[in-house]
Design a protein around this ligand. Structure first.
Ligand code: ADP
Ligand code: MG
Length: 312
C-alpha cells in the first residue's frame, strides 16, 4: 500500500492498541509472531461483515468495528475460549481519515475490554467489508462444542432474545418503538455483548454450546443435528426484554425464535449440574429427533413465517 495509507494504518491500528506480552512481533513486518502458552490449545475463528448485508448502510464506523470484533469474540465465547490475538482485513471504498479514526476507536474499546491484541491485517480498496480473525486459548479436551448434547439436558440461553431483530425492524421503520426502547434495541444490534465470561464458566458444566447468530431455532438446530438428538422448547419461558414485551406477543416470539444477531449463548446442561451464570431455562433435550415448540397451553406454536418442520 502507498506510504501515506500505511502511515494511517500505523497511526490508527498500531500505536493506540495495547500489546500483550505474548506478542513477539506485531504490526509492521510481513507477519506477526506470537508465543502460545505451553500446553494450551489454540481456538481460531473468523467472521466477515459486509455493508448492507450484515449491518445497515449509515451504521457508525465505531459500531461497525465494535460489532466485527464482538461477533468473533462471541464464537470464542461459545467454545469457552480466552481471546488473545486478532488480525483485521479492512476493505473500504476510500481512505477517509475521520472514518478510520472512529473505526479504530470502536475496535480499541472492545479490544481493550477483552484484552486482545491487534497483531496485523490487510487494507484494500473496494466495497466496505470488515473481516476479523481471532485466536484464543482453551485447555486441551475442554472446549465447548455443539455435538455433545444428551437427552435429559436442560436448554438455557443467556441474556434476552430478539432484541437485535427488533432493532433492525425499528431502523427499517417496520416497527415503531418509544425512543428509549429504540435506543436499547439499536445498541443490542450494533454492539452485541460477547459472553466471554459466561462461556468460560460453562466449561465442565455444559454438554453443548453455540452462540446465537442466526436465530435460536437455526442455531439450536445445529446442536440437535450435531448431537443427534431432539428438543422441546417452552415458549412462555423465552427471556424477552422490556422492548420485546412492549410489542405484539406473536411478533415478539417470532423475533426471539428466528431473528439473528443477538450473540447470546445457547447451551445444554445435564440434570445433575447447574449453570453458575445468569441464564434462562427454555427447554429440554430429548431422544426424539426434531424441535417442538410448546406455548403456554402446551399446544404446538404455529407461525406462518418460519417454515420449520415443528410448526404446523
Ligand atoms: P505485506 O505487503 O507484507 O502483506 P501490508 O502492506 O499489507 O504488508 O501491511 C503492512 C503491515 O501492516 C503488516 O504488518 C500488516 O499486518 C499490517 N496491516 C495492514 N493493514 C492492517 C490493518 N487493517 N490492521 C492491522 N494491521 C494491518
Ligand atoms: Mg498485505
Amino acid at each position: 500500500m502507498p506510504i501515506a495509507e500505511f502511515n494511517l494504518i500505523n497511526r490508527f491500528f498500531k500505536q493506540k492498541f495495547p500489546i500483550r506480552k505474548d506478542v513477539v512481533l506485531g504490526i509492521g513486518d510481513d507477519a506477526a509472531l506470537c508465543t502460545a502458552p505451553a500446553g494450551m490449545q489454540l481456538v481460531m475463528a473468523m467472521d466477515t461483515l459486509v455493508e448492507a448485508v450484515h449491518f445497515p448502510i449509515n451504521t457508525k464506523p465505531e459500531d461497525i468495528a465494535y460489532k466485527a470484533l464482538a461477533v468473533n469474540l462471541s464464537d470464542l465465547a461459545a467454545m469457552g475460549a480466552t481471546p488473545a490475538w486478532m488480525t483485521l482485513a479492512l476493505t473500504c471504498p476510500k481512505v477517509d481519515e475521520v472514518w478510520l479514526r472512529r473505526f479504530s476507536q470502536g475496535l480499541l474499546e472492545l479490544a481493550t475490554a477483552a484484552e486482545i491484541s491487534l497483531i496485523g491485517g490487510d487494507t484494500t480498496r473496494g466495497s466496505l467489508t470488515v473481516t476479523i480473525q481471532v485466536t484464543g486459548f482453551v485447555e486441551p479436551e475442554l472446549a465447548l462444542q455443539r455435538n455433545a448434547a444428551q437427552p435429559g439436558d436442560a436448554i438455557y440461553v443467556t441474556g434476552t432474545l430478539g432484541d437485535a431483530g427488533l432493532g433492525l425492524a425499528a431502523i427499517e421503520k417496520r416497527i415503531t418503538l418509544y425512543s428509549e426502547m429504540q435506543n436499547y434495541v439499536e445498541s443490542r444490534l450494533n454492539r452485541p455483548t460477547p459472553r466471554l465470561k459466561e462461556g468460560k464458566q460453562l466449561i465442565g458444566i455444559a454438554n453443548a454450546c453455540i452462540d446465537i447468530s442466526d436465530g435460536l431455532l437455526a442455531d439450536l438446530n445445529h446442536i440437535l443435528t450435531a448431537s443427534k438428538v431432539g428438543a422441546t422448547l417452552n415458549l412462555e419461558n423465552l427471556p424477552l426484554s422490556k422492548a420485546l414485551q412492549s410489542i405484539d406477543r406473536k411478533t415478539a416470539v417470532e423475533l426471539a425464535l428466528a431473528a439473528g444477531d443477538d450473540y447470546e449463548l445457547c447451551f445444554t446442561v445435564p440434570a445433575n449440574k447447574k449453570p453458575l451464570i445468569a441464564a434462562t431455562r427454555i427447554g429440554t433435550i430429548e431422544q426424539q429427533l426434531g424441535l417442538r415448540c410448546l406455548d403456554k397451553q402446551g399446544k404446538i406454536f404455529a407461525s406462518e413465517k418460519y417454515g420449520y418442520e415443528h410448526f404446523s
